[in-house]
Design a protein around this ligand. Structure first.
Ligand SMILES: [Fe+2]
Ligand SMILES: [Fe+2]
Length: 483
């Protein structure tokens, strides 16, 4: 029994392109609902109808629907599902769900029924524990589920698999590791926030576990993960913002020479910095226009609310005190502006200064409902280094430049030879020469999308000639950053 792997059939390609992303979104929503509600609950039933609708639509053209994971990608009936930014959260959380259960893929056969889907989700969620994962195919059979089959990784055709991976020279070990670490951290951050909403306080041990792999990456001088913080317009940005601030803070801490333990504490502080936003109503947080005076009062309280939530934790530790302080001080500025209002002699902790800088850089390039377009990371950096520099500790500002480079990930530049390249991740050895993906070669030709050309990093013979404005770009930079 082998599941179809990548092929070139045009009809299949159209199908996977049009419905692949929707299938992942529906499956992930159903998985999420099943975690919170019983399958008999209306919320699950509603999601299930949406999901089965997509499966039936696919079955109109296909004998079966096979969703498999090869390397870092999902394939629907052999065609790769594009990692569009709108589905990134779903994409990676499902990938982690598959991985935890040692599942290579799922096959949905025609005639699939609703009771079967209900039973499938009960069994699938029960196999969350790695010791149960091995028994998953057996459990599916025992539950008389005939129209949903598990594809074991060993069932995927190994030769096809090898060929497919060989076609992807860009998936170096480091980048692949960084993506895993990053998306795992996003789902971890989400769990921490949702849990804290119920209990009124964050789980610090869980936060440490989320941060540890990021510290490991940065300590190994692997900076691809810093490049991933440039992804902004995806479905899980609220949680990714916490991870981005953790990643940037850790990396800045490393540039400043802080020891490992301090980096881990800094990461936890970054991850939890906006916890207090939980106390602000969602419509105020998402308000597209300017805030009213009352709403501003609420907004300005989130640093204090966050610190109070952390203070509710039992026991006391350095990391807890650091995180509390960073929560309280992350909107204070070096020039004594910002909030909350404190006595003049109050000194903002170094860690808080780092978190404040990381927060500002990440937030100023995020999409906002009331802006025609978000600032590019390059424009953000220009503002921070220009008019806004008085708000920040100069040493910390320097650490930001060391961390993101002069042309941060997501920036498209034209080089001296005339090539147009997208910055993917920073190069701490030379802030002017990031790791890049070539969009247009010097001779005017473009590499194909499936066989990308990378500069690891930009060669010595090249330098940046001009930074392109987002409106000059013909590319969806975020899709390429995520790939
Ligand atoms: Fe904040
Ligand atoms: Fe923030």
């Amino acid at each position: 029994m082998s599941a179809p792997l990548p092929n070139d059939d045009t009809r299949d390609r159209n199908l996977a392109e049009s419905l692949g992303g929707t299938l992942l979104l529906r499956l992930s929503a159903l998985m999420r609902t099943a975690r919170t509600y019983d399958v008999s609950n209306q919320a699950f039933q509603r999601q299930m109808l949406e999901f089965i609708g997509v499966i039936r639509q696919l079955h109109e053209d296909e004998d079966e629907v096979a969703l498999v994971v090869v390397g870092d990608y999902f394939y629907l009936n052999g065609v790769r599902i594009k990692t569009e930014s709108s589905i990134l959260g779903a994409y990676h959380s499902l990938m982690a769900d598959f991985e935890r259960r040692q599942v290579g893929g799922l096959r949905f056969l025609p005639g699939i029924t609703e009771p079967e889907i209900e039973r499938f989700f009960q069994v699938f969620l029960a196999a969350d524990d790695p010791s149960m994962a091995e028994r998953l195919p057996e459990m599916i059979a025992e539950a008389s589920i005939q129209s949903i089959l598990i594809v074991a990784p060993s069932d995927l055709d190994v030769e096809d698999l090898a060929r497919e991976l060989a076609d992807q020279p860009q998936q170096t070990g480091e980048r692949s590791r960084a993506k895993k670490t990053f998306w795992r951290a996003v789902s971890g951050a989400k769990k921490i926030v949702l849990r804290a909403r119920q209990t009124g306080r964050p789980d610090l041990r869980h936060a440490k576990r989320v941060v540890q792999p990021i510290v490991d990456n940065i300590m190994k001088h692997e900076y691809s993960i810093v490049g991933l913080t440039a992804l902004k317009d995806h479905d899980e940005y609220t949680y990714a913002h916490c991870v981005n601030v953790a990643v940037l803070s850790i990396s800045m801490g490393q540039a400043l020479g802080l020891p490992r333990q301090a980096l881990a504490d800094l990461g936890v502080a970054g991850l939890l910095h906006d916890l207090g936003k939980m106390s602000i109503p969602g419509d105020v947080l998402r308000k597209p226009g300017a805030l009213s005076a009352d709403e501003w009062v609420m907004m300005r309280r989130h640093p204090l609310e966050g610190a109070m939530m952390i203070a509710r934790m039992p026991g006391i530790s350095t990391v807890m005190l650091d995180a509390m302080r960073a929560c309280l001080e992350h909107h204070m500025n070096y020039n004594r502006t910002g909030y909350p209002d404190v006595e003049l002699e109050w000194g903002q902790a170094t860690m808080s200064r780092i978190v404040a800088m990381a927060d500002c850089f990440d937030a100023m390039t995020a999409h906002r409902a009331y802006c025609a377009r978000p600032r590019s990371p390059f424009e953000g950096l220009q503002i921070l280094l220009g008019p806004n520099r008085v708000n920040f500790d100069p040493a910390v500002l320097w650490a930001l430049v060391r961390t993101v480079g002069l042309y941060p990930a997501g920036t498209v530049v034209q080089t001296a030879s005339g090539a147009v390249v997208l910055a993917l991740s920073p190069n701490p050895r030379d802030v002017t020469r990031p790791f890049c993906r070539v969009l247009v070669r010097a001779d005017g030709t473009s590499p194909s999308e499936d066989t990308p050309e990378l500069w690891e990093p930009m060669p010595e013979a090249e330098h940046v000639h001009r930074v392109l404005k987002p409106e000059e770009m013909q590319v969806q930079a975020s899709g390429l950053l995520a790939a």
